[in-house]
Design a protein around this ligand. Structure first.
Ligand code: DX5
Ligand code: ZN
Length: 223
């Protein structure tokens, strides 16, 4: 799988979201990452399915809804109806991960699991057949613009190795603190999707970073 870039709208200008989506699409973004926070699983409140629904007619890009919400199973229907392509739930947010993943797949969507920095990869051992995406959090969820936590690199390597060894069709996404400095380490560790918010929307030359990310060399891309 070639490297994909998924800008996170969390750091975009919320007053001009449709225009921001057009800009990242023109700059070569592969997916759009939507950070959904409920003020419960994480303290902040961001956006809900209505925002995703409003953007849906304006882009053909894959929209990944990263649900940082308590009880994610209760919200699958509204995000499916809004037009999400991938729903990613936190393993820590549900006692019924298998059931929630099956509920996502039942709706014909792709299913992802996000892992907080301290969550071990073994939590996925019995759900791999249900997965299309694993999202490794490289910051603690709740805000954009935080510093990359390097202790997650071995976890990315472990997961990338498992996916490669088994030949599973699962994307490995890394989310948090990804920028020009940290992206090469993340790619070398085996990530196939880079999520970036502040580096794309807040840094000067951020839009060019989308193409720059894709040229990062690494053994992963040559496989
Ligand atoms: C954090 C979110 C991330 C965040 C990434 O809770 O899940 O998607 O927006 O932002 P940056 O790239 O600024 O770390
Ligand atoms: Zn996210």
């Amino acid at each position: 799988m070639s490297l994909k870039v998924a800008p996170s709208l969390l750091s975009a200008d919320f007053g001009r979201l449709r225009e921001e989506v057009r800009r990242i699409e023109e700059a070569g973004a592969d997916w759009i990452h939507l950070d959904i926070m409920d003020g419960n699983f994480v303290p902040a409140i961001t956006m809900g399915p209505l925002v995703l629904k409003a953007l849906r007619p304006h882009t053909g890009l894959t929209m990944d809804a990263h649900l940082m919400v308590a009880d994610p199973g209760a919200h699958l229907e509204s995000f499916a109806r809004a037009g999400a392509d991938i729903i990613t739930v936190h393993a820590e947010a549900t006692a019924h991960l298998d059931r929630v993943l099956r509920e996502i797949k039942k709706r014909g969507l792709k299913a992802g699991v996000a892992l907080n920095p301290a969550t071990p990869p073994e939590i996925l051992d019995y759900v791999w057949p249900l997965l299309d995406l694993v999202l490794v959090m490289s910051v603690n969820p709740g805000a954009g613009g935080q510093a990359f936590i390097p202790e997650v690199l071995p976890k990315i390597e472990t997961l990338a190795g498992q996916i490669r060894d088994h030949g599973w069709p699962v994307e490995l996404s890394v989310d948090g603190g990804v920028n020009a400095q940290t992206a090469p380490q993340v790619v070398a560790a085996g990530a196939t999707v880079l999520v970036a918010g502040s580096a794309v929307f807040r840094d000067p030359g951020g839009l060019e970073l989308i193409q720059a990310f894709k040229t990062i060399g690494g053994p992963r891309q040559e496989v």
